[in-house]
Write a protein that binds this ligand. Structure first.
Ligand SMILES: C[S@@+](CC[C@H](N)C(=O)[O-])C[C@H]1O[C@@H](n2cnc3c(N)ncnc32)[C@H](O)[C@@H]1O
Length: 264
């Protein structure tokens, strides 16, 4: 079973609604990032697009968005969220020219550390700390290369991280409970072998009025801001701005940091 397979049924409500209202984030992405640094953007590749909550709003703002995610269930849910979409399996995206469903919204089932869509985009986006799902530094490096390869010259690369500071805080303090219908969801984070692990426990009411406990682990990792900056520069990106999503200025206490970069 892949990450998020169980948690998915609650994901949008908890992660993209209660914890982080999507409207604020989309306004930030459009107004403070895209319009400011690449206003001519028409095409966007959203890597790790999840259930399409962000892309849906970007499409309303008239951008042509292609989504990519490693999770079949996420991609299926994304396709339910958009009319006229087509799911492209990894074999097609890596071996044949992409773009057959030209009039449709394309969703690609692929690993963001290794894919080839045979075309470039004005902007590549990876948001809501999705990059932190790549546990090894070599995977972050591979993803930066994929973003570079799929961008136009001067294209915009926008992604955000949960900082090490934030993960350490969550690991110390965090336990959250949510109730949906008659189910309860509990989220806790622990650190194991240098990796941050979300323990998702779902107490799900069964037809005979008992509660089944269903569990899933979602693993994340992060690296120092200096290390990321150096790698981006080595990979021929110019860093236009780094923004603390909550407070603006990036400090040692920043929890969530956006990187806005341009392909040189
Ligand atoms: C925290 S969710 C964010 C989803 C979406 N970006 C949003 O803003 O709601 C992380 C997503 O990353 C995807 N993901 C994790 N590892 C991936 C990989 N190697 N390649 C592509 N997607 C990946 C997961 O399937 C999941 O949909």
């Amino acid at each position: 079973m892949k990450t998020y397979d169980i948690f998915l049924d609650y994901y949008d409500k908890i992660v993209r609604s209660i914890n982080n209202p999507i409207e604020d984030e989309v306004e930030f992405l459009i107004e403070d990032c895209i319009k400011q640094y690449k206003p001519e953007t028409k095409t966007i590749l959203e890597t790790a697009c999840g259930t399409w909550v962000v892309a849906k709003e970007l499409i309303k703002a008239w951008y042509k968005v292609t989504g990519l995610d490693i999770s079949e269930r996420m991609i299926e849910k994304a396709s339910e969220n958009i009319e006229n979409s087509i799911i492209i399996p990894p074999s097609r995206s890596s071996s044949t020219p992409f773009g057959k469903g030209r009039n449709k919204t394309e969703l690609v089932l692929a690993d963001m550390t290794n894919f080839d869509l045979w075309k470039t985009f004005d902007s590549v986006l990876c948001n809501y700390n999705s990059i932190c799902h790549l546990l090894e530094w070599s995977q972050w490096q591979a993803f930066f290369e994929m973003a570079y390869k799929h961008l136009e010259k001067d294209g915009l690369f926008i992604f955000d991280i949960n900082t090490v500071f934030e993960f350490e805080n969550i690991t110390r303090d965090f336990a959250q409970f949510y109730t949906f219908w008659e189910d309860t969801v509990c989220l806790e984070m622990f650190k194991k072998d240098g990796i941050y692990e979300w323990f998702v426990k779902i107490f799900k009411k069964s037809d005979d009025n008992r509660y089944d406990l269903i569990q899933e682990v979602v693993r994340e990792n992060s690296f120092s801001i200096n290390k990321i900056k150096k790698e981006l520069k080595d990979k021929w990106f110019k860093i236009l701005e780094m923004i603390d999503y909550h407070y603006g200025e990036v400090t040692a206490q920043s929890e969530r940091v956006y990187f806005i970069c341009k392909k040189k």
